[in-house]
Write a protein that binds this ligand. Structure first.
Ligand SMILES: *Cc1c(COP(=O)(O)O)cnc(C)c1O
Ligand code: SF4
Length: 346
């Protein structure tokens, strides 16, 4: 039977739940295609195939659309483009920069700090950020999802000090919503868990992920929820991101809305100026997101060219304090293996 012809729905009017998967699959994976899309000449940028082989390129096309065509210094492009400098040896830059290997308390659970346990839900991310400490970590095998949730849930159930579970990864929202719901249904049976936090870059790099299915799931959860997104530059926000943030915030009505926070990494050539940092904090706030942490870089192999000395980081932070209201100033922190919390630099 041939169905009656119906007009194709406008993508924005009728994005069906799950459509984000198509956008995920269509991400740019070839650094040369990225340059072509931006009208850039390969000669202007020293792309490294070896770096791309070590940690493959992946950038959703909507994120590419926020880059400035023709600008090899674009702050979004710098975060995702594999360059020759990544392969230069840098003393002090290690494979496991933050001591995660030592801190695993169970399959896919990392327990470093009192009261909070981090659950590695998946190794996948929609975007691959060149500075990420996970670029060398075998997360593909070490996620809680890989062997079912049981071992991770047992570890959380046994640890009565844990009142907050942080879904992290990789990017937890890269899992199907049904899979996330399966997990939270089981977490809801653990009485000492009172808060849920989600660390995700997807609302920024693929805002279509915040679909009705996801917000319905979030609205059904029995705890207050905080979503900590990750944007490093004001240009990462656009109208689609604003809309995704509004949908997220409204999803947690039972608890006065979902708290939206941003963590950023201080990165040379991306946001190492007072103008860039001020704009990031102000633009995030326009999207309903408060600054949380400004991280000093994890010293992971391949990321040395992004590093900012502490003296410069402290000076930038002091200038932020002088320009912005207190609630728009992130805490400047560094993760130090073995510490009982993120180390406050300012
Ligand atoms: C960063 C981190 C947390 C969360 O720390 P907060 O200061 O609560 O944001 C929890 N567990 C691990 C392993 C972390 O790396
Ligand atoms: S974990 Fe976060 S910072 Fe690292 S690659 Fe994934 S999205 Fe980027």
């Amino acid at each position: 039977m041939i169905p009656a012809a119906s007009p194709a729905p406008h993508p924005r009017d009728a994005a069906p739940s799950g459509d984000w998967r198509r956008l995920w699959r269509e991400a740019v994976r070839d650094p040369r295609e990225l340059l072509t899309l931006l009208g850039l000449d390969e000669a202007a940028l020293r792309i490294s195939d070896a770096a791309a082989a070590q940690f493959p390129v992946r950038v959703p096309r909507g994120f590419v659309a926020r880059m400035r065509a023709g600008d090899p210094h674009d702050p979004l492009l710098r975060q995702v483009l594999p360059l020759d400098v990544e392969m230069q040896p840098a003393p002090g830059f290690a494979l496991d920069a933050v001591g995660d290997a030592a801190a695993r308390a169970g399959h896919g659970v990392i327990r470093k700090y009192r009261g909070r346990a981090l659950l590695i839900t998946t190794g996948s991310c929609a975007v691959h950020c060149r500075y990420c400490f996970r670029r060398h970590f075998p997360y593909a095998e070490e996620t809680a999802a890989a062997g079912g949730w049981q071992e991770a849930l047992d570890a959380l159930r046994a640890d009565h000090d844990v009142s907050e579970v942080i879904l992290s990864g990789g990017d937890p929202l890269s899992l199907a919503t049904a899979k996330l719901a399966e997990l939270t249904t089981q977490l809801a049976d653990i009485p000492h868990i009172r808060r849920l936090r989600i660390h995700t870059r997807l609302p920024i790099v693929l805002p279509e992920r915040i679909d009705d299915e996801l917000t319905t799931w979030l609205g059904s959860l029995p705890w207050p929820v905080a979503v900590v997104v990750h944007a490093n530059h004001a240009n990462e926000f656009d109208a689609d991101v604003d809309a995704a943030m509004a949908r997220l915030r409204d999803a947690g009505r039972a608890f006065g809305g979902i708290a939206l926070l941003n963590q950023a990494v201080l990165l040379r050539g991306v946001n190492d100026s007072i103008e860039a940092l001020t704009a990031l904090c102000e633009r995030g706030y326009e999207a309903g997101v408060l600054p949380y942490y400004l991280h000093q870089l994890d010293r992971v192999q391949g990321a040395a060219h992004f590093e900012i000395p502490d003296s410069q980081a402290l000076a930038l932070h002091a200038e932020l304090v002088s320009r912005l209201p207190g609630y728009l100033v992130p805490r400047l922190v560094r993760e130090v293996a073995g510490d009982a919390s993120k180390r406050r630099l300012a």
